[in-house]
Each structure stands twice: as C-alpha cells, then as structure tokens.
Design a protein. Sequence first.
Lengths: 490, 490
Amino acid sequence: MTRRSKRSSRSPDGAERNPESEGGIPASVEGAARPGLRIAPSGRRGSTKARKGSPSAEATLGELRGRLLEISDLSASAAVLAWDQATYMPVGGAEARGRQCSLISRLVHERMTDPGLGRLLDRLMAYGESLPHDSDEARLISVTRRDFERAVKVPATFVERASALGSSSYDAWRRARPNNDFAAMRPYLEKILDLRRDYVEFFAPYQHVLDPLIDEMDEGMTCASVQSLFGELRRELSPIVRSIGDQAPADDSCLHGAFAEGPQLEFGLGVARAFGYDLERGRLDRTPHPFCTKFSAGDVRITTRVYPGEVTQALFSTLHEAGHALYEQGVAPELAGTPLGWGASAGVHESQSRLWENVVGRSLGFWRHFYPKLRAAFPDRLGKVPLKTFHRAINKVERSPIRTDADEVTYNLHIMLRFDLELELIEGRLAAKDLPEAWRRRTCRRPGGHAANPTSASALPTTATAACRTCIGIRAASAARSRAIRSAMC
Amino acid sequence: MTRRSKRSSRSPDGAERNPESEGGIPASVEGAARPGLRIAPSGRRGSTKARKGSPSAEATLGELRGRLLEISDLSASAAVLAWDQATYMPVGGAEARGRQCSLISRLVHERMTDPGLGRLLDRLMAYGESLPHDSDEARLISVTRRDFERAVKVPATFVERASALGSSSYDAWRRARPNNDFAAMRPYLEKILDLRRDYVEFFAPYQHVLDPLIDEMDEGMTCASVQSLFGELRRELSPIVRSIGDQAPADDSCLHGAFAEGPQLEFGLGVARAFGYDLERGRLDRTPHPFCTKFSAGDVRITTRVYPGEVTQALFSTLHEAGHALYEQGVAPELAGTPLGWGASAGVHESQSRLWENVVGRSLGFWRHFYPKLRAAFPDRLGKVPLKTFHRAINKVERSPIRTDADEVTYNLHIMLRFDLELELIEGRLAAKDLPEAWRRRTCRRPGGHAANPTSASALPTTATAACRTCIGIRAASAARSRAIRSAMC
C-alpha cells in the first residue's frame, strides 16, 4: 500500500500497495472530490441508461465491498510490516519478517483469486453495465474485475516466492548500501530479473516483455509509448541541459556544512503541514530510502532520510513524499477500502509529488515565505546567506549519482537512464554483473552530460541497483501478484 | 505476542502474545538452555520407554510445526500492528487498525480451531505418549493439544468482537488518560466485563469465574490459590509496610527536577544492554504504558514512558521490560514459532522482570557501578548528590497512585488491591461506575496505608481502569481467543 514514487518506489516486502489500486483510476473525480457526498448510481450524470440497482444487486455490491475491505485490511497489515522493516525493525527481525510478509501476501492473493469473488463479479456484470460508465459503482465493478482477472493468472506459490525475495533483497540492500557492496546485491538482482521474466509470462501474449508491467502501473501505457514519451522529453531536455552546462555552475556551498538533523526534520515536517499534510492522519519517520505509505484513509505516512552535512536533501524528499501523501489523504473517504480509494496511477502520483517538491518547493515565492523560518532554524549557517543565493543554490542543476537526491532537471535523466538499463536487463541484453560498468559508461555520455561525479563510482552499487527499482518499467507491477519483485527493484 | 507484565500488561489489540504460548511450559529447560543443541527425542533423558519416532510421526510433527509457524507469524503480524498502535500510529489510524487487528485475530483463531489441526494432534497422540514426558516434542504435542482444545470452545465471532473491543478500548484509554476521564472509559470497562463473563462461560463448569482466566496465564493456579498466596504475602508484608511507615520517609528530592528525556532513555537503554539485552534483536520506544513485545526470536522490543521531571520512572520501567525481553531473547532458537518458544508463564515472566528491576536495579552494588554514569548524564542535577542519598531515594517506600511507578514494596499492594477489585467487578459485587470510589476507599485503609496521595484522586481514572488491566486474575486470558479482552483490561 506504499505508493511507489520518485523517492518511494521501494518497499521492504512489496506489501506496499493495495493490490487493487494500480490503474484503478477513479472515474468519478467529481464524486471523489466531495467527501461525504454519496451520489446514488441511478440517474447520476443524467445517463438515460441508468436504472435503479435492484436490491439484490445492491446486496451483491455490499458483499463485494466486504471482500474488498478484507483484502485492503490485509494488504494494509502487510504495509505496516513493511513500514516497520524500513524504519524501526532491528536487523535480527529480517528473516521472520520476510516470512510474515510472504504469508500475508499469500492470504491477500487467495482472497483476490477466490472463485467466489469471480462469481460475485459475474453477478454484478449486468448491473455495472447499466450504470453510467464513470460512476463509482461501475468503476468499482470493472476495476475489481480487471484486478481479479490479473490475479488469477498468477499462482499462489509465485506470490509467496516473490514476497520472500522482496523481503530478503531489501534486507540485503540495506546491509549492502553503507558499504557500496554491489557484489552482495548482484545475486538478488539476478533472482529478481528471473522472477520478473517468469511473472510476465503469466500475461503472454504481449507485444513487449515490459508491457504487462507498465500497464499495471499506468494502465494503457506500453514500452513503446513510454519510449516515445521519453524520446520527446529527451529532445526537449537535451538543449536545456546543454545550455545549463555551458554556464558557470551555481554556487551551492551554502547548503553544505553542519545542519543538525532534528531541526532539519522539524522544518521539513512544518512545511509539509503548511502544504496541508494532516498529522492527525500521518507522520514522518526516517528510513534509508524515502517513501510514502498508506494503512488507511486515517493513516498515510511519509519517510525521509537526513544528511547531517547538507540541508535540502531531507527537505525535498519530505516535500516529495508529502505530495504523495496529500494526494492519498485527499481521496474521498467513501472510496476507502476499495480499489478506487487510491491515487489514479503511478504517473498521476508522481505528478503530485513532483508538483509540491519542485514547482512549489523550489520556487521563489515559496521561499520568500519559508526562508526566514529556515534561517531561524539554522541562524549560524544561513543567517548571512541572502534569499537569492539560497534560491539559486537549491535550483542548481548538476549530475549526481543518487536519483532521489537529483535536481529537477537531471532527475528526468535518471529516470530515462534507468528505464534504458532496466529494459536491457529484462530483455537480457545486459547482464546484472555488467550493470555497474554500463551505469558508469552511460552517465558519461548522456545529453548534456559532463563526466559522472567522482562520487558516482562509490555510490554506484546503490544507484545501479536502484536503477532497477525506479523506472516506470520494471518497477511496474500490481501489488498482490508481484509486489515483492517491484519492491525489491525499487 | 506482547508479554503482559507489571508494566507491559496492556496491548492495544491484544494480539500481543502467541496464542499457544500461555502455559506452554518448556518442559526441557535443559534443552532450551542450549541454543543450537537439538537432542533427538529417542533415548533422550535415558527413558527406557522412548522409541524412535516412525517416519510418519516425524512427518506429522513437521506438518504440525508448519501450522504452528503460520499461526505464530500471523500472531506476530498482529503484534506489530499492536506495537505500532501503542508507539507511533497517528490517532486517525485507530478505526482501521481495530478492524485490521480483528481480522488477523480471526485468521489466527481459524487456524487454531481447524479440524485438520485436531486430526494431526490425534495422529500424534500415541507418538507423544511414547516420548519422555518432558521432551520438547512431547510437550509440543501436549501443549498444542491443550491450546487447541481451549480454542475450539470459543466461537470465531466472539474472537472478532473481543479483538475489536480491545482496539477501541485502548484507543479510548489513550485519549482518556491525559484528562483523567474515567467517564469516557466506563462504557468500555462495562463492555469488557460483560465480554469477560461471556468468555468464561465457554469453559464452564468451573469452580470460580476467574479460574479459567487465571489458568491461561499461570496453568494450575486458581482464584483460591491466588487468594491464599496473596493472604500469606499480605501477612508478611503488612508489618514491613507498617514499620516503614513509622520511620521518617526517605528524601527523594534528588530524583525530581528537570531531567532531559533523551539522556534518560539513553541511560536506561545502556543499562539494559549491559544486562545483556541485544539491540540487534530488539529496540526501545516510547509509549503511554510500557510493555515488551516479541515478533520473532530476532525481534523482541521494549517500550517505556519518560517523565521530564523525574529521573527513575523511565529507567525502572525500562529495566523491568528489559527483564521480560532478556527472558524471551534467551529462549532456545529451535523452539521459535512453536507454543514452547515463549516464557513459561505470566508468573515466571514477572519474576524475571522484577528481578532485573528490583533485585538488581535497586541494589547498592549495581549503583556503585552505574551511578557515576548517571551522574555524568545529569551532572547539574546529580553531581553533588552522594551515592548513598541516591540509593536511599530510589528505595523509598511510598504509596503512589500509579502501579507501574510504584516502589518495590507497595507494588505488591497494588497487585493485591487490583486483584480484589477485579474479583468484585467480575463477580458483580462492584459496579464499574463505583470503581473510582472503591479505589479511593481502599487506598486509604490498606495495611500500613497512609491516606492516598492527593494526586491519587486526579490519577484515579487511569489507575482505576488500570486496576482492571493488571492483575493475574481478569487479565489472564489466552491470546488467540480472548486477547482483546485481556489487552483491554491490561
């Protein structure tokens, strides 16, 4: 139930997202935007075809909702286990936690593939078709049907295997990260790729091996459409990056130095609250890889990581995750516990997180208001730094090895690079063992690219494996079936 | 899977203890004390009756272990949800969390009452009887049989109802506590008493209504035996308390004043580590009501609460919970995931926690070593306080309204008082509404009792409801069936 996101793509056991949520685009944005307002399906939107649901259809729909709520609650339980693994769990808990997550994944899958659910959906088919296409009820029936049909293609044993691998690879990643130990991660990466290829086969035939994975994250998108989109973006982005590269780099030295971690977290959370993030229904914790997760409409949490020698990374991570959280906190309460009670898609979700992080969070107007507060938190470091200097510094464009810490412009390059690498990995054109070298090579020759920062090399194992965790491609997966894989790749 | 304990008796949803753990006395203490040493049943302890388990019995035992591991993992998942509810969960999460815990409780109960489990146990009966009575295998079979037979007496609907009430009453308690709002708690207390009485009926006939509840916590004990034990204790304790009361009270002013919370927590955790509490397999967090909880052999956590105006409450709570945790961390790894992989009973568990808290933690020898460290943490406050003064202060005997903050001597009075009150409540001789008055009256006339501290009155609602959460009596319950009730009363 954790939202994948720029910074939130990983989750320890993959139990992070509601299995039904992916691609479950709430057709009725209008209805969804009115918490508490429940419009009866009949006659809604003036459809002449709409007819009153027969009592039996209403009862069947009630039964469907009951089943979905149980699935949602079980998924949420797994998400709590995952959040705990990523925030507070002692290392000794990893083995059992993997088993616990795997067990709950299986229970979710059992419920998602229960023939009784299929029969319910069959009974609701005519009713659903009689409703306005974009009514909540019609969408609930059709989205659940789609999720059910996806789920039944995947064997339970696969789900357990995937979840277990997700947990163990997250644990391995957490241990490997401080030492930049790619060798330790490699076997996990290889297993994940194998698992991913096995998974895709359940959805054969397909045009491209990535298509089923992408479709689960952004329904209707394909490998080809992503490539076309990225091609266009690259064409537009290249001259911008090049032109920036031609200029003297911005001076961001004011962002570096000793910044106490507590005040960093406090300031970031203060801004998130000012954005509207409700702490009665959320909280901020620390983690190695920031993410946002949702346990219920009343409990949407964000995480961040803090560097004591730099002041903005934790902040922008927090704002990014707050963007995801605001989106989820804004979902109409009456959709809770159903596949519609979630953000519409990975793409729309990232639009929200990056809106708050970049469009709002790096703007001058924003800092006119917030800079005095940041200065007050760090008077020794920023007291003499003018707003203009600070604002320029936080908008510095510079290649960096860590995607989640990248600036607004090069972040896109990260995504595209990772998409390419993941594509080659899953197609078998690139072996996992060659990933570090491929990463090194590409970061030196991409549009506008100056050679990778020397720290890239040392950061490589993390970033290179992270490359397999982020992109719209491989990381795409519907939670119930393959959440462990996606999470392991996040 | 949370150990109930002096300070740990409550758990938000009652998912705190392994359903199979209660009374699951590891017969083979010797074996259990040798991690990694797995003695085959045959010939063990030199029993002439022992015979090699037939392959089919071994396979059946393997199947039993598989089922028990799944039950244990599900219970652990519920325990994580409960820990989260008691530590970090935002208030908005309470409703869904109650549902989630209730769902998992039902799933545990389904597995504990599965007729397939009963058939397995039938098939293992002869094999179990052929083994030395105190071998791990024989005990595993008999303890599981006992738990199964208890579980099947309780309907699934009851388990769900109990779990839901446990969560909602914990949430109500958390809200009521800061305002001393007994009126807000009263309806919950009444429901809990009703539920408890309903529960006991599943185990009729019984000698006394408390007997089934006590037996689940401390197998073999009864209301009569507890009363007899307490009678004896009271006889011995009264002159001690009276004699202490005749003396000038110890001066404990050195313990009061501004003590920063961070260093308090750090110091307590440092001592726990020195006791042997392994932080690779545990951690310390803050909570309104301290407890210890276990998610697996590799993840045994403790919690405490900190008062910024006093230095020892958080510390002794921490040491107490560390005592529980040390016991659980010391369980032989090969017993993990079975009903034997837990402390032997509530009584033995409290013996461990109070050993570390009082016998060790309030001794002069202990403080000869640790006082310089505590002084170093709080030089302004303790720099000039001699060890002798400090040691006398932490051993001051004084009535206080909060059980978990009571000293070594009056703590016992708390337990006995609460037992009496719970007894009267469950027997119907005392109405929930009259509890505050009964509490007030009794705290003024108990042996050695000076009138209750004026703060007692203001602390009353919490303590009075806590009275229903602590005692060996009402709080006793086996987890799978009635965990919510017990927890709500903890």
